[in-house]
Design a protein around this ligand. Structure first.
Ligand code: FES
Length: 144
């Protein structure tokens, strides 16, 4: 049911923890399962120098967070913004359909941390303006 990569990232998640005085911190949750994901970014010159996460959630959410941190570490803000739940799931060699919503948390955690960064630093990030993090969709289970 789960790919080897999912199992591997679940058993040995990368970049677990938190960054003190992070430049951006995002927290998202899924009201239906109660899972919570927190993401910390260290950003220098538009590049994500470091990223850490803490996920209180299911194995797929932990594997998704771990993979998401790997996908954005060392990348530019624009590159991080292009990471979607699908790219996270693809990088994990897929997630079972009923677990796709877990990867949505990873995408939203990245975006939420970037929103925080943009607010704290008064930096405008194209593509983030349209996201309403109070919006219901963040808390809904999204399945494909
Ligand atoms: S079941 Fe809630 S994020 Fe996976």
């Amino acid at each position: 049911m789960y790919s080897e990569k999912v199992m591997e990232h679940f058993m040995n998640p990368r970049n677990v923890g938190e960054i003190e005085a992070a430049d951006g911190v995002g927290e998202v949750g899924n009201a239906k399962c109660g899972d919570i994901m927190k993401m910390y970014l260290k950003i220098d010159n538009g590049v994500i120098e470091d990223v850490k996460f803490k996920t209180f959630g299911c194995g797929s959410a932990i594997a998704s967070s771990s993979m998401a941190t790997e996908l954005i570490k060392g990348k530019t803000i624009d590159e991080a913004l292009s990471v979607t739940n699908k790219s996270v799931a693809d990088a994990l060699d897929g997630l079972p359909p009923i677990k796709m919503h877990c990867s949505v948390l990873a995408e939203q955690a990245i975006k939420s941390a970037l929103v925080d960064y943009s607010k704290k630093n008064n930096v405008k990030i194209e593509g983030l303006e349209d996201i309403d993090f109070d919006d219901e969709h963040l808390h809904d289970i999204e399945e494909e």
